[in-house]
Design a protein. Sequence first.
Length: 401
Amino acid sequence: MLARSLSFARRDDRRVFAGVAGGFADQHGIDATVVRGVLVVLTFAAGLGLLLYAFGALVSEPAGAVLPPRHPTDARRVVSVVCVGLGMLLVVRSTGVWLGDALMVPLAVVIAGIVVLGLIRPDLHDRSDDSHWSELASGPRARTRLFAGAALVAVGLVIVGTRGGVSSNVRTGVLATAFTVLGIAVLLGPWLAGMARSAAEDRRQRIRLNEREAMAAHLHDSVLQTLALIQRTAGDPRRTVTLARQQERDLREWLYGTTDAVSGSLTSAMRAMVSDVEATYDITIELVMVGDADLTDTHAGLVAAAREACVNVAKHSGATSAAVYVEVGPTELECWVRDRGRGFDQADAALRRTERRGITDSIDARLERLGGRSHIESVPGVGTEVHLAVPVSAVSQDAVR
């Protein structure tokens, strides 16, 4: 149970090395900068930080693994991580495997100051330098963060400069650097924070402007162009309805992000097939999907057979709409194509010699090669239903052709 509660997945982006520290921080609601700072300090304590990082890389899950819900960011968790790091430092110090207080204490203080300042932020590397500094110095408690970080860095430098065995020149340089850091924080900190807030606000305005321009360009290239086409085809109701349905589908995908994330899925292939048939033959097709699967060769063959059935509806049934229902079962993939057109008499010999040949070649034969089957029910004056089924298994690419 404890191992499950501490589990985490490595980051696949915004990482420094393997994404261990960032992944642990994301899962447990901790600032990744704090975790990295603790690991850096522990690395100087007999290499404990490197050992912890390697152990985390071994036990962590790959990016995208299913894990318990992430914890929200919590200051208490941040403090707990810092306390655990200090406890490990004291344990290593008690064992004697220690580089000495003269080095470790100033190092810990300086790294703490750097962490507070937020200078180690690889998750901002994909932004511009101006954006990095505006994110650093703006926001809530920006002045407090600047002053506290500068003070910690200065204290660390003072500790180094006041240690025994340090030459007077080194002591003078270190103390001068410490006071310079404090002076810059006191004199320029408020000005830098204000300037950073202005830069952040300008950046937000630019983002809004870019989004507005992108939206205007998309609406011009899609909705306005479609409206112009509808005006020119107002005398053709079927063409007008087809254009309107295509634009509705595109607009919904753009607004609500319903575009398939995986282009190689059965759902994306069926949607693309329906859109193509609607655009080519001016017919309305309602698609219902129950389940989804990867687009294997078998599934691609069924999509091709379903397309031929939809084309037959558009060309021969006289119907203005059709319905396609697809269900992914544990052992079989099934598809039904229905219309309420004129139908046909399956016993008609003349029909068997003409239209039935296309059904035999494009639907029956294709599914037989895939190990599937097809069945057609048609009643004159009522409509037609085509039932297609293939096993849920992969076959060679030649069978699809």
